[in-house]
Design a protein around this ligand. Sequence first.
Ligand SMILES: *[C@@H]1O[C@H](CO)[C@@H](O)[C@H](O)[C@H]1NC(C)=O
Ligand SMILES: *[C@@H]1O[C@H](CO)[C@@H](O)[C@H](O)[C@H]1NC(C)=O
Ligand SMILES: *[C@@H]1O[C@H](CO)[C@@H](O)[C@H](O)[C@H]1NC(C)=O
Length: 146
Amino acid sequence: MSGRPSSNWFLLPVTTVVLVGLFCLSTLQTVEGVQCYVCSWSPADSNRVDVCTRKNFSESVRTHSCETGCETVTVFDKNGRLDFFYRNCAANTSSITGTCFNETSKAITKEICNCDSNYCNKGSGLEQQLGIVLSGILALLMMVKF
Ligand SMILES: *[C@@H]1O[C@H](CO)[C@@H](O)[C@H](O)[C@H]1NC(C)=O
Ligand SMILES: *[C@@H]1O[C@H](CO)[C@@H](O)[C@H](O)[C@H]1NC(C)=O
Ligand SMILES: *[C@@H]1O[C@H](CO)[C@@H](O)[C@H](O)[C@H]1NC(C)=O
């Protein structure tokens, strides 16, 4: 009769450790990867339908699981004309800003917008920033409510 409580006493911490372990694993997985839209378009592709640029984006394009975050890149030629546009996994982890910035070299300007939540590279950079602001407000509201 006295063996039963002692085996419970042993099982409880084991169960707790397993549950906490599973919980950590599941949050780790969601932190490690985000889903990003992957597509590209260039005005030179005269026979391809544009489903990628801001004007013509369709959510039916391919998606990919990315470890670093997502990005939307617009490449302008030296006259400021659109040269190439793509959405993909973010290339550079150290600079996930959730905003847009320009990288200018002699021949081209690259406008890079990056972000690190699921499907965040769908709109313009402005929408991405708005999304961050909105989720911030949502988080605040939830903190007030609970
Ligand atoms: C933009 O998308 C529409 C259909 O959604 C398509 O008919 C049109 O050709 C596209 N524009 C370009 C430049 O590909
Ligand atoms: C990555 O981002 C950092 C910080 O913005 C920058 O200094 C570095 O040159 C970038 N690396 C590449 C490969 O673009
Ligand atoms: C980047 O450069 C392009 C072309 O010159 C311009 O249209 C765009 O507004 C710039 N973006 C940022 C974030 O400075």
